[in-house]
Write a protein that binds this ligand. Structure first.
Ligand SMILES: [Fe+2]
Length: 299
């Protein structure tokens, strides 16, 4: 197991200001003010210098997912394993690493074309987190298991078996649940944990997605924080992609809200923590214990 956590996302936005207003005003994330030559803005959840980098672009899409390695040795071993298997890996320059506040990173594509950035050695920001929405903390760490990462991401992978083998055999994730959502014609979603207690940090969706990410999830500590976010989203006129519900596999009680530009954000609490060394994978034929009625815009 080489990857510790889902560390950060780099997101392209056609309206960075609107995304930041959503990120701070609705999601309650902290604007981490820092200079960036390319006009990116940064959102913090904890003492990581940022968890989401919002970069100006023509369209909204996921640019890259940052995956954290525990140290240089594990990072280099993972790169060697990828190169030995025939994948091309590009080590970033020191300026590019500095922009990400990491010691070293390398970028590569998974078999579905999703861009990953494997990194180690993050420079932390000890300025106290002040959520503009008054959220005391986001669930990104656990007293026993340490870093849980920012949350989770679901990435498109039409050839799901090839992509899953890449993650489990080369990146070092472990399967926690295989979901066949009812009424979806055999669609499959593979949920995978990294080396922390979050039930899944990365999931692969067996289909295409125009934005390069099916959804991203962030977690707050209580139902009240979730309910208050729902109020803020409603007041801001945000589109709810799914009503309140609770997932079968990771127990997450959540809603799905669309960010400006359309990326879906799952906002939840009460996610399941596991022991990644001993957890036994499950197969689910239902996505939800209750709720999560979907409302796709324009449908
Ligand atoms: Fe999710």
């Amino acid at each position: 197991m080489s990857v510790s956590a889902a560390g950060y996302l780099r997101i392209s936005s056609a309206d960075v200001g609107a995304w930041m207003d959503f990120g701070t005003g609705v999601l309650g994330l902290m604007d981490a003010v820092r200079e960036d030559a390319d006009g990116a803005r940064f959102l913090r959840m904890d003492d990581h210098p940022f968890r989401f980098m919002i970069e100006p672009g023509d369209t909204d899409k996921l640019l890259a997912a940052g995956l954290e390695c525990p140290d240089r040795h594990a990072w280099q071993n993972t790169l060697n394993r990828l190169e030995d298997a025939g994948h091309s890996v590009m080590v970033g320059s020191s300026d590019e690493a500095k922009r990400r506040c990491v010691t070293e990173f390398a970028s590569l594509e998974d078999p579905a074309g999703n861009t990953l950035e494997l990194y180690w050695g993050r420079e932390l920001d000890y300025t106290p987190l002040v959520s503009p929405a008054g959220i005391p903390f986001f669930v990104t760490s656990d007293q026993q298991s340490g870093d849980l990462g920012f949350g989770h991401m679901v990435l498109p992978a039409p050839d799901i078996e090839t992509a899953t083998a890449f993650y489990t055999e080369l990146i070092g994730t472990g399967i926690t649940d295989i979901l066949y959502p009812p009424g979806m014609g055999g669609l499959k979603i593979n949920f995978m944990h990294t080396n922390n207690a979050r039930q899944h940090s990365i999931a692969l969706f067996g289909g295409e997605h125009p934005l390069g990410i099916v959804h991203m999830m962030i977690e707050v500590p209580s139902l009240d924080e979730l309910g208050q976010a729902m109020d803020r989203a409603k007041a801001a006129g945000a589109h709810f992609l799914a009503t309140l519900g609770r997932h079968v596999n990771d127990n997450m009680c959540s809603v799905y809200i669309l960010a400006p530009g359309g990326i879906a954000v799952e906002y939840g609490y009460d996610g399941l923590l596991i022991d990644p060394e001993t957890y036994v994978a499950t197969v689910s034929s239902e996505g939800d214990l209750w709720g999560h009625e979907y409302n796709f815009p324009g449908v």
